[in-house]
Design a protein around this ligand. Sequence first.
Ligand code: PLP
Length: 273
Amino acid sequence: MRIWVNGGLRDADDARLSVLDHGLTVGDGIFETVRTSEGRPFALTRHLDRLTRSARGLGLPEPDHDEVRHAVAAVVDANPVALGRLRITYTGGLSPLGSDRGDHGTSLVVALDGVSRRPDSTAVITVPWTRNERGALAGLKTTSYAENVVALARARERGASEALFPNTVGRLCEGTGSNVFVVLDGRIHTPPVASGCLAGITRALAVEWTGAEETDLPMDVLAEADEVFLTSTLRDIQAVHRVDDRELTPETGPVTAKAMRIFAERAGDDLDP
Ligand code: PLP
């Protein structure tokens, strides 16, 4: 694997950042995961815009989009894969120990690996921990993902592939790496960004293309919803066939199946922006 690190391509074994990089020592970094199909990044402009929004939110210098595009093109060229997970990581750079940022610029790392298509449906759990919709990091895609790692491990222990969080007032928010949608009486709903969820790129496309409504939803909605589905860059739309102990039948409900078809048709175009 060839990885872009601060200005050039390196072999994976030789791709190095300082051990004092602020992204490592205090999680002061942001990232994007972009899907590539046959070397074409999907919705790259939207991802770069979100990277910039995350940088602003964290007070990092704004990333240079031309530089990131150049790095992305180089990495895609160097790592031919049919379906790829491209990861752009941008951090506070080398800094002395401590939580203040140094003045050593930023670090940019771009890597790509091959992935297989996700199954059409999956099981999820709910977790008692909360997303903080009023926190400084709300809605930012930062590298401070340890809470998601813990929640995902809990999901795996229970035979599920995703964990759904409430926010601090007990409203449905999002998954560790996905947005959540529910179907009630034939209508599709998803929590608003004010719930504290990430403004997912797939979420925005699903809302636009299916007419889903942004609705403040209680966690209990998961016990009543006719259908539940997830959206994310690597899932597109993925049906949910189990929430905790509740089985949903059929595994992919009719409204979700239609949303999947619409998404596949529209996203088939080389979407950018
Ligand atoms: N929510 C979180 C916390 C995420 O990390 C992600 C993506 O990784 C999403 C939602 C889905 O966003 P997107 O559709 O842009 O991949």
